[in-house]
Write a protein that binds this ligand. Structure first.
Ligand code: OXD
Ligand code: MN
Length: 617
C-alpha cells in the first residue's frame, strides 16, 4: 500500500455520522495520513480485538489469568511516565486569558508548530475515531467529544475511562457542541519499519484551544497526556465551558456518606494529585455504623439544580489510579476492584505473573521484574514499580460503588472539602465561615509535590483548588467564577458547607500523626455534626476549628501534644504561609478578586502579623 495515499474516511454505514464529525475526520486524515481508519463503537468485541492486537505487538503482556483474569501490563517508554506540565499549553487568544499559572502560546503559532510535526505522523498506523460522552449520555450535565488517536492502548483505556459509543453519533447533531480531541504518539512508521512496544516521541505537546474547544496532543501515550477526555477535556476545556455556562468543572472526588442514623450526605473533595483522593473515595470507615459509597475519584462537574441546590456528576466511568502505596491495608476496596479486567502500566511483575508495587506488601517478593521489564535488583536503589505506575479499571468493578452513581440528575452536594499534603501549618480540619471564606481556603491550597507530575518530590507548591495543572483559563477569573457561583446559589437556593483538611501532619520524628485512611471518617463525622448543628466550633482567624472533645478520637493513640499539633495552628507558621500565599496570589496582579487579599489581610491582622505586601492592606 502506498503510505502517502489517504485511506477512506467513510464511517461504517450503520453509523449516523453528523456532517461536522465527518468533516473533522476528513480534515485530520489528510493531515495525519494514516494507513487505515477505524471508527470505534465501544463494544466489548472491539476492546477484545485491540487487546489481542496489542498482545501480538508486545504493547500489552497478559498477566497470569488464574491470579489476575483478563488483565495486562503495559511498560511505557522510560521517558513517557507522567503528565508533562512543562509541555502543556493553554492557547487562548491572549496570554492574559491563560494567566500566570499556564504555559501560553498564541493559537495560530501553536497550530503552525504542531502541524509541522503532526503532518504525516500517523503514517504506517491506524487512526481510530472514538466518540465519547463525559457523564451519563442522557444527563443535562454531560458533554460529548470525539478523540482521534493512533494508539490502541489509548482506545482501550478510553473504553474503561469514559463512555465510548457509536450511538452518540446519532445524537451529536448540530444541537450538541462536542469537543475535538486530536492525539498522535508522533511515531510514524516508514514502509518495512518495525514498531516498538510503546511508540512515543521525545518532543511532546499537550495543547488546548479554549476558544474553539479543541485539544491537540502529540508525542505521548501516557494517561493524562493522551487520554484526552480526562484532564484535558473534563478539566481544562470543561473549566472554560463551565465559566461560560455558569457551572464548575473540578478536580474532586465524589462520595456518599451515610451516618449511623441513616442520613445521607454527598461530599465533593479537591486534593492535588496523589494526595489520596482514590483512598478517600473508597474509604472503609473505622467508626461503626458509618458507610462511604464511591461515586467518583478524580473529577466532578457541579451545577445548580432545579431546587437551588448544587448538584454533581462524575463525568468519568473508570479509575486511572496510582498503584504504589495501594494495599489491603491502605485501600482494600481498590485491591478488590483490581481483581481482574484491569490494565496496569509501569508496575512490577512477580515470577508467578501477577503485579506488584512498592507498598503492596511490606517485603518485596523475590524475582521481580521491574517496570522496564528487567530483573529487579533490590540493592539498586531504584523502585521495582515506577512511582507513578497506574491501574486502569472500570468503576463498575468497585465493590463500594454507590447506587445511582450515574443518575443523570447527579447528586445534591452537602459539603465541599479542600485538602493538601502538608507536614505542618494546616490543621487536621477547619470549616470555612461561609462560601467566600471557603473560596479563600480553596485559593490558598498548597501541597508537597509527589511523583504524579514531573518536578522535585517534596517541594511545597501552591495548588489552588488542586486545579493549577488543570485550569484552562486565568485562575484569577476562576476564583471570581467561584465567588459568582456562590452568589447565584445564595440568591436562588443555598450553598454547601466548605471545609479544609490535612491528613499529613508529621511529628518531630517525621512520622504522620493522624492515622488517616478509614479513620478519616472521624473528621467526616465532625463535618456532619457541623452540618446538623450538633457541635460548636472554635473561632480562629483561619477558620472554625473543632472544639476539644468534639472530634471523635476514641480508641486512637493520640497524646495531647499530638492533638495540639493537629488542631492548634502555629501562629508563626501560619503567618509565613500567608506571606507565601500572598506572593503566589500577587502573580495575578490587578485581575485577582480583591476579596481574596482582603480575606488574607484580615486573617493576618487577627493573628497579629505585620503583613508583607502593602497592596494587601
Ligand atoms: C491524576 C493526577 O492522574 O491528578 O489524577 O495527576
Ligand atoms: Mn487527578
Amino acid at each position: 500500500m502506498s503510505i502517502t495515499q489517504s485511506p477512506s474516511t467513510a464511517a461504517p454505514t450503520a453509523f449516523h455520522t453528523p456532517a461536522d464529525v465527518q468533516e473533522f475526520v476528513d480534515l485530520w486524515a489528510d493531515i495525519f495520513q494514516p494507513d487505515t481508519i477505524e471508527w470505534c463503537d465501544g463494544s466489548i468485541a472491539e476492546k477484545d480485538r485491540l487487546i489481542s492486537l496489542m498482545v501480538s505487538q508486545g504493547t500489552l503482556e497478559p498477566l497470569n489469568a488464574e491470579l489476575r483474569p483478563y488483565s495486562f501490563i503495559a511498560r511505557s517508554a522510560p521517558s513517557d511516565v507522567a503528565r508533562v506540565e512543562s509541555r502543556t499549553f493553554i492557547c487562548s487568544t491572549t496570554e492574559s486569558e491563560a494567566g500566570p499559572t499556564n504555559n501560553w502560546v498564541e493559537p495560530g503559532q501553536m497550530k503552525t508548530d504542531m502541524l509541522d510535526v503532526m503532518t504525516g505522523s500517523m503514517r504506517g498506523r491506524t487512526m481510530y475515531v472514538v466518540p465519547f460522552s463525559m457523564g451519563p449520555i442522557d444527563s443535562p450535565l454531560s458533554r460529548f467529544g470525539v478523540q482521534l488517536t493512533d494508539s490502541p492502548y489509548v482506545v482501550v483505556s478510553l473504553h474503561t475511562m469514559v463512555r465510548v459509543s457509536s450511538d452518540l453519533l446519532d445524537i451529536m447533531d448540530s444541537h450538541h457542541t462536542w469537543v475535538r480531541c486530536v492525539h498522535t504518539v508522533g511515531a510514524p512508521l516508514e514502509e518495512g519499519q518495525a514498531d516498538v512496544a510503546w511508540p512515543a516521541n521525545d518532543t511532546k505537546y499537550i495543547s488546548h484551544f479554549p476558544d474553539t474547544k479543541e485539544i491537540w496532543s502529540f508525542g505521548s501515550a501516557y494517561g493524562g497526556n493522551a487520554l484526552l477526555p480526562k484532564k484535558a477535556f473534563a478539566l481544562r476545556i470543561a473549566s472554560v465551558m463551565a465559566k461560560e455556562e455558569g457551572w464548575l468543572a473540578e478536580h474532586m472526588l465524589l462520595v456518599r456518606v451515610t451516618s449511623p442514623e441513616g442520613k445521607v450526605y454527598h461530599l465533593a473533595a479537591a486534593f492535588p494529585s496523589a494526595c489520596g483522593k482514590t483512598n478517600f473515595a473508597m474509604m472503609q470507615p473505622s467508626l461503626p455504623g458509618w458507610k462511604v459509597e464511591t461515586l467518583g475519584d478524580d473529577i466532578t462537574w457541579l451545577a445548580a439544580g432545579p431546587r437551588g441546590e448544587l448538584r454533581a456528576i462524575n463525568p468519568e466511568a473508570g479509575f486511572f489510579g496510582v498503584a504504589p502505596g495501594t494495599s489491603r491495608k491502605t485501600n482494600p476496596i481498590a485491591m478488590d476492584t483490581l481483581w481482574g479486567n484491569t490494565i496496569f502500566t509501569n508496575v512490577a511483575t512477580t515470577s508467578e505473573g501477577d503485579v506488584w508495587w512498592e507498598g503492596m506488601s511490606k517485603t518485596a517478593p523475590s524475582d521481580l521484574t521491574d517496570w522496564q521489564g528487567n530483573a529487579y535488583d533490590p540493592s539498586s536503589g531504584t523502585t521495582a514499580a515506577h512511582p507513578n505506575a497506574r491501574f486502569t479499571v472500570g468503576i463498575h468493578q468497585c465493590p463500594t460503588l454507590g447506587e445511582g452513581w450515574d443518575d443523570p440528575e447527579g447528586v445534591a452536594i452537602d459539603a465541599i472539602i479542600f485538602g493538601g499534603r502538608r507536614s505542618d501549618t494546616v490543621p487536621l480540619v477547619m470549616e470555612a465561615r461561609d462560601w467566600n471564606h471557603g473560596v479563600f481556603l480553596g485559593s490558598t491550597i498548597a501541597s508537597e509535590q509527589t511523583a504524579a507530575a514531573e518536578g522535585p518530590v517534596g517541594k511545597v507548591r501552591r495548588d489552588p483548588f488542586a486545579m493549577v495543572p488543570f485550569c484552562g483559563y486565568n485562575m484569577a477569573d476562576y476564583f471570581q467564577h467561584w465567588f459568582d457561583v456562590g452568589s447565584d446559589l445564595r440568591e436562588n437556593g443555598h450553598t454547601p458547607r466548605i471545609f479544609q483538611v490535612n491528613w499529613f501532619s508529621k511529628n518531630s520524628d517525621g512520622q504522620f500523626i493522624w492515622p488517616g485512611f478509614g479513620d478519616n471518617i472521624r473528621v467526616v463525622k465532625w463535618m456532619v455534626d457541623r452540618i446538623e448543628g450538633n457541635t460548636g466550633a472554635t473561632h480562629h482567624p483561619m477558620g472554625l476549628l473543632p472544639q476539644r472533645g468534639s472530634l471523635d478520637i476514641e480508641g486512637l493513640d493520640l497524646t495531647d501534644s499530638d492533638l495540639s499539633a493537629l488542631l492548634d495552628p502555629n501562629t508563626e507558621r501560619v503567618l509565613d504561609d500567608l506571606d507565601d500565599a500572598e506572593e503566589f496570589l500577587s502573580k495575578f496582579g490587578q485581575k485577582l478578586p480583591p476579596a481574596l487579599l482582603t480575606e488574607l489581610q484580615r486573617i493576618r491582622n487577627e493573628l497579629g502579623g505585620a503583613g508583607g505586601n502593602q497592596a494587601a492592606a
